[in-house]
Design a protein around this ligand. Sequence first.
Ligand SMILES: Cc1ncc(COP(=O)(O)O)c(C=O)c1O
Length: 400
Amino acid sequence: MRKVVHHSVDKDGFRAQPKGFATKAIHVGQDPEQWSCMAVVPPILMSSTYKQHAPDEHTGFKYSRLRNPTRDVLERCLASLDNAKFGLTFSTGLGAVTALITMLKSGDHIVAERDLYGGSCTAFTKIASKMNISVDFVDFTDLGKVEEIVKPNTKLFWVESPTNPLLKVVDIEAVCKIAHKLPEVVVVVDNTFLSPYFQRPLELGADIVMYSLSKYMNGHSDVIMGAAIMNDETLYQKLQFLQNATGIVPSPFDCYLLNRGLKTLALRMERHRTNALAVAKFLEGHPKVDRVLHPGLPSHPQHALSKKQTYGHSGMVAVFLKGGLDEASVFLQSLRVFTLAESLGGVESLAGSPSRMTFGSFAPEERAAMGIVDGLIRLSVGVEDIDDLLEDLQQALESV
Ligand SMILES: Cc1ncc(COP(=O)(O)O)c(C=O)c1O
């Protein structure tokens, strides 16, 4: 039986952040005394191999695909941010998805969120399917449908919350309860859009938290990496085996950069939060905007749920401009501070057209079914001065 934890709330009604997050992000795994030179900043250890005292008598490090000291530092720090026991990193977020798929076997079944990141969706439909692993996509906000779609061979639930790009919020605790009625179902939550600063799915009953670390966790748009975080030792051992056996590991240099990025995660996320809410409110009141979706707005369909299960919201905002392709193009090309680019979660503000960029490879009917219309703009609101961001949006909207 899981303990019922009562959370205090912050001034906006979200779960209040307990003390200690920023300290963990700066210190866990970083103890200078672990290095003979007492380096305060963990070194980048590029060595692929390590001297042994005698055959198989070693320091715990043998070959860097298996284990590397710079990666170890990062994995320990990452685990601590989700209050978890174990963390594993992968060369990309999709590498983590691949490793998690390879935990399954032929004949297994996956239940996945319908509004999934396009790359994860492709991994399930084009790669897992070749291994005779079936997948059903379902709207996780419809819990009755979720109950219906579960099969005796269901082994994996794949949740993304908030979803990409429509920011739909899933009741993670309720979905985990359904999943765990079956033995051996593993619930994975892709927590890329919020980071552990704003949402810690293991506290809500999930088994594994998955990240594209390329986004908020690194925060500077200069690393591609992924992670899986968990408490269960058996799952950890399985995944650690797969991390090595599939060879999907990150480089020590990228681990160093990621570790550096984590030190400012709390600071950055606070600024993303305030900037995004100001942007969302500004756009919601603009005559050229039809609708804005952002979990911090009272108008968001799952605003109350967001307040219940998260510690705040990140910089992601979905904006439906009045009009279609032409209006979206003019708007995007008129932006001066926001950069028209894919990806998200960096210090710089980015803007994109999901229908032509991240979901461009989907058939128009598929996009329509997902609600990804041509007037939809996805904003990743960065940490610049808010007045500059609002002025930029205003002048770009005037050009439409
Ligand atoms: C929600 C989400 N999950 C997973 C991924 C894949 O991560 P990566 O690009 O690091 O492989 C992305 C990338 O955009 C993402 O947005």
